[in-house]
Design a protein around this ligand. Sequence first.
Ligand code: SF4
Ligand code: SF4
Length: 443
Amino acid sequence: MKTEFSLAQLADPDIAEADKILRACVHCGFCTATCPTYVLLGDELDSPRGRIYLIKEMLEKNRPPTAEVVKHIDRCLSCLACMTTCPSGVNYMHLVDQARARIERDYVRPPTERLLRAVLAWVLPRPGVFRLGMIVARFGRPLAALLPTPKTAPATPGLLRRIKAMLALAPAHLPPPGPSGGSVFAAKGERRGRVALLQGCAQQVLAPRINQAAINLLTRHGIEVVLVKDEQCCGALTHHLGRDDEALARARANIAVWLGEAEQKGLDAILVTASGCGTMIKDYGYMLREDRDFAAAAAKISALARDITEYVATLSLQPAQQRSDLVIAYHSACSLQHGQKITHVPKELLSKNGFVVKDVPESHLCCGSAGTYNILQPDIANKLRDRKVANIAMVKPDMIAAGNIGCMVQIAGGTSVPVVHTIELLDWATGGPKPGLKGPGLN
Ligand code: SF4
Ligand code: SF4
């Protein structure tokens, strides 16, 4: 794609990067076929190619974002299916990240929308506040049914519609909190390695059992696990809201504490059980490339980051205690399959450990979770969830496995089949407790 940035514009490293990305696009449109919003809405401006043109116009002309541009960028899930499909290697992720940051900086949203986004950006990364929010939401759940639902979905959902979506996502009850930062779990038997395990923000409130399963499995296989003190949310939630200053502040804080731990006591890896967070941490090196004080440290931390399944695949797992022969529908989270290009490893681990693993039809399509997307764009998100759940039902599973808490909550909202994390099944197969037997949902 031909671009027309001036030399002065290209002196800005972000614009230089956008120019490189835009020039790689050959407008072939292959990406439209796998873009969930194009598949649902059929509008070129809701396709990757259409959005690339909108972003090009905005950046080249140095124009403030228009309401039309904001509408189509907001509808993008950042699922990155387009990056997997693109034959030219267009880095859509870094381009749309720039667009979101520019929208946040230069576009004045309606007051209710600003308020909602500010509340989400403040509450979600703080587990203590999020827990309180979930308790309040639990009592508000019965009210959700009383809130009006418009007969036709407006282009941008209103505040009530979004509050309804938020209440619907709140779990019926919350499990007690898991172990706190600073905890160290000793390896059983001879120590073969030492890792940090990301505590996460929403996940540690909604499903602490996921990290518990990871700790059980790792320590049982000779790996010491540390929950690093003063670690924060990885920043992905605020980054996807375009609030880059907040996201980068969290990234720097995490880099400092993880590097301190690595230098003092040694770390073989930083393990992540929520793939949305993993994609973000693996990108810290890129995001802080222009930061003189943090660039080298950020690159080191990104190189240490691993999805839990990537790391577990390097261990010789103890043979399965029993063959379960349960049929598992494997839901490939977008952040894992498109963001981190991890596709076969989780399925192979499950098969090797006694499960009958089934691929879900249209597995490249997002389930509609996408960080705060299911709150901000509930109509599109619900359609994608229903499509995902229908596709999952086609393989008649006993359980659904996924590697990202957002997907787990989203899918659990549309099915009665238990939804579990891949690591819970692997823990069970290697001697841990059987997960997900209390019925639907996450508790
Ligand atoms: S597939 Fe890649 S090169 Fe083709 S239009 Fe989409 S982004 Fe551009
Ligand atoms: S990230 Fe997903 S929703 Fe956004 S343009 Fe790419 S394929 Fe479409």
